[in-house]
Design a protein around this ligand. Structure first.
Ligand code: ADP
Ligand code: MG
Length: 226
C-alpha cells in the first residue's frame, strides 16, 4: 500500500574477498523506503551503490545486518523463494540495458512473464502491450535491440521491468551510457511512471546533475550513507 514501508535495511555490512584482500563495500547501512517513493542513490564509482541495490534486490545477502522486504527478512528465504520474490515483486534496470540481442522488443519485454505460469497467453500479450505503450515503443515491437538507439533500448528495459507489475523497480546507473538529453528523458519517464502507478523506484547515479530531478536523495560514500 502507498506510504507503507516497503524496504528496510538495518546496519547492513557487506565485504568482498579478493584473494587475501577484504574490500568493505557497505559498512553499516540503514535505509527505509516507503511504497511509492522515488529515491536516488548518489555516489562516486566504488562507493557501494551497486552493492546496495543488490542487497535490496535480493541478488546478494549481507554479511551482517538485516534486509526486510514488506517486513520479511530476506535471510529467512531459501533460493527458490528469493527467485520468486525477485521475479514477482522487483523489476531491474541496468546501465548496459541487458537486452537479449536475438529477441525482438516484444520478446524481450515478455521474457519475465515466461517464468510466471499463472498468466494465460492473452493476459500475457495484454501485459506486454501495456508496458510497451507506457514507454512509447508500440511501433518498435518487431525491432531487434541493435536496431534501436540507446535511449530506446533503455525504454525496452523499463518496459521489461514493469511487465510483471512489480512493487519496486531498481535501476543501477540507468543513464550512465546515455547522452545527457536522453538521460533526462529516461528520468522523466521513470518519474512519470512513478507518479501514475505508485511503483517504488530506487535508482543509482554518479551524475550530480540528475540529482536535482529527485526529491529523495541518498548520498553514499565509502560504503556509508552520509
Ligand atoms: P559502485 O556501484 O558505487 O561503483 P560497488 O558497489 O560496485 O560500487 O563497489 C563497492 C566496493 O566493493 C568497491 O570497492 C568495489 O571494488 C568492491 N566490489 C564490488 N563488487 C565486488 C566483487 N564482486 N568482488 C570484489 N570487490 C567488489
Ligand atoms: Mg555500480
Amino acid at each position: 500500500m502507498f506510504g507503507e514501508t516497503l524496504v528496510e535495511l538495518k546496519s547492513v555490512h557487506k565485504s568482498y574477498q579478493l584473494g587475501k584482500m577484504l574490500t568493505p563495500a557497505l559498512r553499516g547501512v540503514n535505509l527505509k523506503l516507503n511504497a511509492g517513493d522515488f529515491t536516488a542513490v548518489v555516489g562516486s564509482s566504488g562507493s557501494g551503490k551497486s552493492t546496495l541495490l543488490n542487497m535490496v534486490g535480493c541478488i546478494d545477502v549481507p554479511d551482517s545486518g538485516e534486509v526486510l522486504l514488506q517486513g520479511r527478512s530476506i535471510l529467512s528465504l531459501n533460493d527458490n523463494e528469493k527467485s520468486a520474490l525477485r521475479n514477482e515483486k522487483i523489476g531491474f534496470i541496468f546501465q548496459t540495458f541487458n537486452l537479449i540481442p536475438v529477441l525482438n522488443v516484444y520478446e524481450n519485454v515478455d521474457l519475465p512473464l515466461t517464468i510466471q505460469d499463472q498468466l494465460d497467453k492473452n493476459m500475457r500479450a495484454q501485459r506486454v502491450y501495456e508496458a510497451l505503450d507506457r514507454v512509447g515503443l508500440m511501433e518498435f515491437q518487431k525491432h531487434l535491440p541493435d536496431q534501436l538507439s540507446g535511449g530506446q533500448r533503455q525504454r525496452v528495459a523499463i518496459a521489461r521491468a514493469l511487465v510483471t507489475k512489480p512493487s519496486l523497480v531498481l535501476a543501477d546507473e540507468p543513464t550512465a551510457n546515455l547522452d545527457s538529453v536522453t538521460a533526462h528523458k529516461i528520468i522523466d519517464l521513470m518519474l512519470d511512471i512513478n507518479s501514475r502507478t505508485e511503483v517504488t523506484f530506487l535508482f543509482s547515479t554518479h551524475d550530480e546533475k540528475l540529482m536535482g530531478r529527485v526529491k529523495n536523495v541518498i548520498r553514499i560514500q565509502d560504503g556509508l550513507i552520509v
